[in-house]
Design a binder for this molecule. Sequence first.
Ligand code: C5P
Length: 415
Amino acid sequence: MVAKRRVLLIVSGGIAAYKCLDLVRRLGERGFAVRTVMTKAAERFVTPLSFGALTNERVFTDLFDLDEEREIGHIRLARDTDLIVVAPATADIIAKMAGGHANDLATAVLLATDKPVLVAPAMNPRMWANPATQRNVRQLRADGIHFVGPASGEMAERGEAGTGRLVEVPELIEAIERLAMPESAAQSGALAGRHVLITAGPTHEPIDPVRYIANRSSGKQGYEIAAAAAQLGARVTLVSGPVTLTPPPGVETIRVVTAAEMLEAVSKALPADIGVFAAAVADWRLAQPKPEKIKKSAGGAAPTFKLAENPDILRTVATRQTDRPTLIVGFAAETEDVLAHAKKKLKSKGADWIVANDVSPETGIMGGDHNTVHLVTAAGVENWPNMSKCDVAARLVERIAQHLDQLRPKRTAAE
Ligand code: C5P
């Protein structure tokens, strides 16, 4: 029997709270077991009775209510679920989450959980655009919190428009469907028993002890792929260049600095069933980095450096005689002729698939949270719509799982 997926919905105080009544009804129809926690402010917009009636469960509101704590304490609320959804999420609850507050039931649960958390913000556009809110959102993303929305459009306040609306219920459900993976399903998931090796982030190539050559890669796409593969039950090794992201839960993360270190870590991590090479590896390093900090010369002459080519990690792995992963996915970050370069790379690197994207500064892809990619394979090119890097990752790992399934038919129960 398939385990019922469990969602803990945390409703904070916003006019959009009423939309979550429809959300819980539809989640129920899809076979989710939903429990609700409401903040005091949320109760001003919708009554606990409404959520209670729709979920068939008591609604939890008070950290200090002895009856509630006896029935099911905040730690159990935080753990006995597959996903926590904060919808609508006000600027205030986002700020509390970013600061690690725990002065009411909702924030205590969020601080105590070890489960994935999805936040659906809803607030006035100016509150959303405020640097404090944006700072908090960045912090939460770096902590591994997932976001859906906010959407743009008319606000509840008459005459106000902009970004800050709660996303529509179908979009919320789609994000929940993707993230609410029961533990049992993850363990027997589509990539269970597979080892996925992923590179991510930039590399730093030293010039001297204080300076280095680098690039603008944030590592977000590679980290999202690692998280998505782990969610499908894979054993994941993530070899990461210097980034400020928190490693996804359950992923073995090896931190490196230079391309040479990345290659060494990748070689050690083999064998793997799947290799995903999302790192923006520096193509060149200094042939001889200086052991001491380079000083400006009195005459004003700028120093010159001899560069040496870095090892191509993807090509090295793809052309190995032994231990070549069954499926090798490379990335092609280009600023012009994206598809032509990607097709060339598919051949020259020996990859099976190339995920190509345009990283011209105006796309905002490098360092941003969204990506528009093309999947280039021997069979042709698929153009994917603009999606969050999280959604690109989910779709990519699903495609990987399907592909491996086709190569190796699933074992029958008798085997
Ligand atoms: O040649 P280019 O850097 O555009 O190729 C991009 C692809 O090759 C990416 O998948 C990247 O991770 C991989 N690569 C690598 N080692 C390098 C350079 C690129 O693995 N030295």
